[in-house]
Write a protein that binds this ligand. Sequence first.
Ligand SMILES: Nc1nc2c(ncn2[C@@H]2O[C@H](COP(=O)(O)OP(=O)(O)O)[C@@H](O)[C@H]2O)c(=O)[nH]1
Ligand SMILES: [Mg+2]
Length: 358
Amino acid sequence: MNIGLVGLPKSGKTTTFHLLTGTKLDPAQTYRREATRAVATIIDTRAQKIHEITGSAKLVFTTVEYHDTPPVEMGSAKADWFSSQIAAHLKLSDALIQVVRAFGTDEMEEGIDVLRDIRLVEDELIFSDLVVLEGRQKRLQKTARLKPLSDEDKRELELLEQGKALLEENKPLRLLELPPEDKKRLRGFQFLSEKPLLVLINGDEGDMKSIESSLPSLQKELEGKNVHILSLCAQIEQEISELSEDEQAAFLADLGVTEPALKRVLRASFDLLGLLSFFTTNEKETHVWTLRGGQTALEAAAAVHTDFAQRFIRAEVVSFEDFDSLGGYPGCREKGLLRLEGKDYIVKDGDVLLIRHN
Ligand SMILES: Nc1nc2c(ncn2[C@@H]2O[C@H](COP(=O)(O)OP(=O)(O)O)[C@@H](O)[C@H]2O)c(=O)[nH]1
Ligand SMILES: [Mg+2]
């Protein structure tokens, strides 16, 4: 999974990036033009339990790669914060996180206006998509003047028209309700306003209560599926994350944070993308794998090893809860809780899978 951070200058993207990836500020990075990338491991406590129960030698978690958008160059106008270079790196993301500034005082020239800033960023994403979309539309129209379009091209042109109408109303492509085969037709364009979006309202400790109470109305403003809003104190949480574990717990409790931003952001990202985790475990290794909701046992097998999918016989499935409470495979077998499932079985979050192949 690949997530790009986007937002206005000084909204707290880099601070959030360090918080999410556990990396530290490298002064040299400030001057880099390309996106900074870092991989964060998703600690899954269920996998830790399975690993203990099985006594496997190794524990492998899944990871998320975050990209931080580079800062605007010295001397460029504030309005120029978005560039084709930034669009190009955001295109590679499966989802976007938009960081919005809710800290600072009215002394800052433009004051705090969360909704305004969300719209400013969205406008850039929409404009970038419009350029890509119109480019393709023109090419198809040119072809149409020379020879009849194939049915496939005709359908694409219709879809581009629909998308364009939406973008011209200043609305994101996320709002297009399309059947899967049409979604597939547009996938190659990697439209930015179509990507699942997590909005992080970044504020100071003292303002959290009022920020939180504003979230429901903000969520309403950002109509449509695949948008989710959370609030966080990036700066303080980032500072706390550098302390020892005991100190961290105490400081977070002081802040009234029941769950660190890191975990909340990850869960929201998983939900947005409709992802789930399943586990495999043996004496060598306990491994966490990621699938999209609705994927099958055969796709799970392919995630583990392409060979497993080709030579798939069946999967033996037990839920994490049963695996945990019965102390592993022997207990589950004894109680008859190990279900035999075929290749079409829809994998559920928390399934422990044993893939049988020949
Ligand atoms: N008071 C306060 N300052 C913050 C917060 N988050 C970031 N900052 C500060 O705001 C400035 C810009 O943050 P940075 O993460 O570099 O923003 P970016 O330009 O979006 O990458 C830095 O001086 C941060 O220390 C916050 O939650 N509260
Ligand atoms: Mg930055």
